[in-house]
Design a protein around this ligand. Structure first.
Ligand SMILES: Cc1cc2nc3c(=O)[nH]c(=O)nc-3n(C[C@H](O)[C@H](O)[C@H](O)COP(=O)(O)OP(=O)(O)OC[C@H]3O[C@@H](n4cnc5c(N)ncnc54)[C@H](O)[C@@H]3O)c2cc1C
Length: 439
């Protein structure tokens, strides 16, 4: 016997991250009674660690420029799906909404937008106070593990497998709440200690939704150990605005551009993080070790000119004149099997070719990928609830009336720079407004 679940709310929101908070606020602004359920003792723990605790909320510039900052494996594509929510509550709208409630913002040189206090806590306090003022009921420490359809709405349970294909309850479970509309905003799977460990996938699947296999995104790569051994000493060295290509089975499958950072076991930095959604173990990352935009032939010609002009110099010095830090020059020479103490004039044709290729944007130095950084490291999740079964104009399920989705639970993931929080906010606001329109 399933216990009675009174009172019944207009809108139930599962997950108290930025998507869930904005969904509940947006529903309550429209006069709906909203219940926000959060499994952790306090909400939005991921928001609190975002931007190293400073919270890079969004990015500057026209919102149209956001559209190609997201990836997705759904056939609909992230840009098409996110367009209505991003345009409906844009970066400018978010900034204006926060400023109207007393939060000063600050923009960095690269266009990232933060609270001027650089405290994520200030953003969360503002959202909680807004939600409270609007009468949103927040229930923390409540982990929703199943949901089903009931007459006139949905029921949520803290245990058991209540939902059966979105139909009637198949097993008990402790009743937690009932409501007319249900918004799932449980986030992805990265940084599970913050509370987002992927519960929403099972909740959505129980209503028949397809889940695109989740994987870590916005994460560094672990390079294959022996190929990377010469570069271990390069940890901390950064290459600015570096073109990066991802090769699989001899074919280029993705490319990007951004700063790259050498770590003790591989590569990181914004350029690699943003591209990581397209990288798999076994791929080859190719990047020029000198940020030289020239093609391979031109780089070889330049290298040759330097070698000819300075035949008595050691190779490390010659490479320095091509823009390489000494540690990186030594690592490159070691990985090309060339003695770092060799005089330039004595470098053979094969060695010259290999070095030139590693410097050139045309070919780039190959770094075989052993693995991607794991869930504890990834700042976002690729995959999730397929966009093909959710209406991007309302965030409503195409399979179940009254069921909505918001935030990182969906099959999109954004670049670094504030794009993920903005998408969570925009989809949350749209889901809340759409759900409230049912009452
Ligand atoms: C270290 C780090 C730094 C980041 N920095 C930035 C940044 O500076 N800028 C940016 O744009 N993005 C950043 N991101 C990404 C960004 O924080 C997320 O994309 C965003 O928080 C997603 O919002 P969300 O509301 O969809 O999900 P989440 O923030 O993950 O919130 C989901 C909530 O649902 C709750 N929940 C999960 N399951 C259940 C359940 N069964 N029952 C009840 N509650 C449940 C969770 O506890 C959580 O509170 C960062 C991420 C990390 C990990």
């Amino acid at each position: 016997m399933i216990p009675s679940l009174n009172p019944t709310f207009d809108v139930l929101v599962v997950g108290g991250g930025p998507a869930g908070l904005f969904a509940a606020i947006s529903a309550a602004e429209r006069g709906a009674s909203a219940l926000l359920l959060e499994r952790m003792p306090t909400p939005a723990r991921k928001l609190l660690v975002s931007g190293s605790g400073q919270c890079n909320l969004t990015h500057s510039g026209p919102v149209a420029g956001f559209l190609d900052r997201y990836g997705s494996s759904s056939s609909k594509g992230a840009a098409k799906f996110l367009r209505p929510s991003l345009f409906g509550f844009s970066n400018a709208d978010l900034a204006g909404w926060l400023a109207a409630r007393g939060l000063d913002l600050e923009e960095t040189e690269g266009g990232k937008i933060f609270p001027a206090s650089r405290r994520a806590r200030d953003v969360l306090d503002l959202l909680l106070s807004e939600a409270k003022g609007l009468g949103v009921e927040l229930r923390t420490g409540t982990r929703i593990l199943s949901a089903d359809r009931s007459e006139g709405g949905f029921r949520l349970f803290t245990s058991g497998r209540a939902a059966s294909g979105g139909g009637a309850a198949s097993g008990g479970g402790a009743g937690a709440a009932a409501g007319k509309a249900l918004i799932l905003a449980t986030g992805g799977s990265s940084w599970p200690a913050t509370g987002s460990s992927g519960d929403g996938y099972a909740l959505a699947a129980a209503f028949g939704h397809r889940i695109v296999e989740p994987g870590p995104a916005l994460t560094g790569v672990v390079a294959e150990r022996s190929a990377f051994a010469p570069f271990k000493s390069c940890a901390g060295i950064a290459l600015r605005a570096c073109p990066i290509a991802v090769h699989r089975g001899g074919r280029k499958v993705a490319e990007g551009m951004g700063d790259v950072l050498f770590t003790h076991q591989g590569l990181s930095g914004p350029g690699v993080l943003d591209l990581s959604r397209s990288v798999r173990a076994g791929d080859l990352l190719r990047l020029p070790l000198a940020s030289d935009p020239a093609d391979a032939a031109e780089t070889e010609r330049r290298l040759l000119a330097e070698l000819d002009a300075h035949g008595k110099r050691g190779l490390v010095r010659v490479l320095a004149s091509c823009g390489l830090a000494e540690t990186l020059a030594r690592a490159l020479l070691a990985s090309c099997g060339v003695d770092a103490e060799l005089k330039a004039a004595l470098l053979g044709r094969e060695g010259r070719k290999r070095i030139a290729a590693s410097l050139s944007a045309g070919s780039g130095h190959p770094f075989p990928v052993a693995a991607l950084g794991g869930w504890d490291e990834a700042m976002a999740t690729r995959g999730g609830v397929s966009l093909d079964e959710v209406d991007g104009r309302t965030m409503e399920s195409r399979l179940e009336d009254g069921l909505y989705f918001a935030g990182e639970l969906l099959d999109y993931d954004g670049d670094t720079g504030g794009y993920n929080i903005q998408a969570a906010v925009s989809t949350g606001r749209l889901a809340g407004a759409s759900a409230a329109s049912l009452i």
